[in-house]
Design a protein around this ligand. Structure first.
Ligand code: ADP
Ligand code: MG
Length: 394
């Protein structure tokens, strides 16, 4: 894809506004996990080494357009300064006199962090006046936030549209490059593993992938909806019966396209009301009884999924294979995570909970590309155009 890249920008002696995704988890007013800070460090360093001073803008949580100390970016100053090895100034507003003064006083090679963009309702309304106020702080604009690229917000869309000197940051560049190749010319066989809670949140993704991939592996609660649609008893499993027709449609699309579809052949289930009442259940031999819920894929399914993943030229994974937050139902997600991590082909993992699981299992560093986007990643897989990326195209 032909878009403006950071190395195309002349930043010598300039102030660059970098739109980052510093939507970090906070606990007792402290940053609980700094991975979202670390993700943007290479872009910040590159801008600094190109002779820029850096103004950082981000949202945090959902303050609903009002200044709310709970969602202040102030607690990020110290850890960020530690990661960059230099002081980080802070402006208690992202636009207006306070921000302008801080930007004016920023020394060459300095770094300034602005307060939460979403303290102003104009941000989420893609307000051009607000975007212009942000741009008044700088001479160049860089977007490095893939996780918000699917939102037409002022700091993401209007700012980039209104500004000639713009580019993607290094993190966003990598997302665009890897994910474009995934949809346009993947190394085959292309294997998609889709799981998670609800089919309704991923219909577009499943439809799009069902026509593109060589193999589609479905696990998680979403698989229950496919199994139910095919006439299996699903007991008290999480399912969406109103989506049975759709599930059958997706299976048909896949069959028409010659795509191999793997559904669970065995499941780990829990009996209602029986704390820790966990046992194996094989689809082939027995139907689920009404008080039993499928909470994970079983060992035979795990082995089949792992084999398909091992043979992949490219594997893309979104959605846990079970109720992985509970130890008893972590096995399926663990098995898929391990197979993805040891896959010789290119591995791509995205989605809020899936990436969280990868970190939790200590396997994140073994993935070829760990996407920083949840919703943005899914919309990309669907083949939708993301407003924050469209405006960076040449
Ligand atoms: P992601 O954020 O990675 O896209 P989702 O939000 O679609 O993933 O789904 C994650 C959730 O799905 C997890 O909270 C997990 O517990 C739940 N889940 C997966 N399989 C099951 C299941 N069999 N029964 C109930 N919940 C499940
Ligand atoms: Mg999720």
């Amino acid at each position: 894809m032909n878009f403006h890249r950071l190395d195309d920008l002349d930043l010598q002696g300039k102030k660059v506004l970098i739109r980052v995704d510093f939507n970090v988890p906070l606990e007792n007013g402290k940053v609980a996990d700094d991975f979202r800070l670390r993700a943007h460090v290479p872009t910040i360093q590159r801008a600094l080494s190109k002779g820029a001073s850096v103004v950082l803008a981000s949202h945090l949580g959902r303050p609903e357009g009002k200044a709310d100390p709970k969602f202040s970016l102030k607690p990020l100053v110290e850890p960020l300064s530690g990661l960059l090895g230099k002081p980080v100034a802070f402006a208690s507003d992202c636009v207006g006199p306070e921000a302008e003064k801080a930007a004016r006083e920023l020394p060459a090679g300095g770094v300034l962090l602005l307060e939460n963009l979403r303290f102003h309702p104009e941000e989420e309304k893609n307000d051009e006046g607000f975007a212009r106020k942000l741009l008044a702080l700088c001479d160049a604009y860089v977007n490095d936030a893939f996780a918000t690229a699917h939102r037409a917000h002022a700091s993401v869309e209007a700012a980039a549209r209104l500004f000639p000197g713009k580019s993607a940051g290094l993190l966003l560049e990598k997302e665009i490059d890897v994910l474009s190749a995934l949809l346009l010319n993947p190394i085959r066989p292309l294997v998609a593993v889709i799981g998670g809670a609800k089919i309704s949140t991923k219909i577009g993704v499943l439809k799009s992938l069902a026509a593109k991939v060589d193999a589609l592996l479905v696990g998680g609660a979403m698989a229950n909806t496919f199994l139910g649609a095919l006439g299996f008893e699903v007991g008290s499993s999480l399912t969406e019966p109103d989506k049975y027709d759709l599930a059958l449609e997706i299976l048909e699309t896949a069959l028409d396209a010659g795509v191999q579809v793997l559904l669970p052949v065995d499941l780990v289930c829990s009996a209602k009301g029986q704390e820790g009442g966990v046992y194996l259940h094989t689809m082939a031999s027995k139907f689920l009884t009404p008080d039993v819920a499928a909470c994970d894929i079983g060992p035979e399914t795990r082995a089949r999924f792992a084999r398909a993943i091992e043979e992949a030229g490219t594997v893309v994974w979104n959605g846990p294979m079970g109720l992985f937050e509970q130890e008893a139902f972590l096995g399926g997600t663990l098995a898929v995570a391990q197979a993805v991590a040891s896959c010789q082909g290119l591995s791509i993992v995205g989605g809020g909970e899936t990436v969280e699981a990868m970190h939790h299992l200590g396997l994140a560093h073994k993935v070829g590309h760990l996407s920083t986007g949840g919703g943005a990643f899914l919309e990309w897989l669907e083949g939708r155009k993301l407003p924050g990326i469209e405006v960076l195209k040449k």
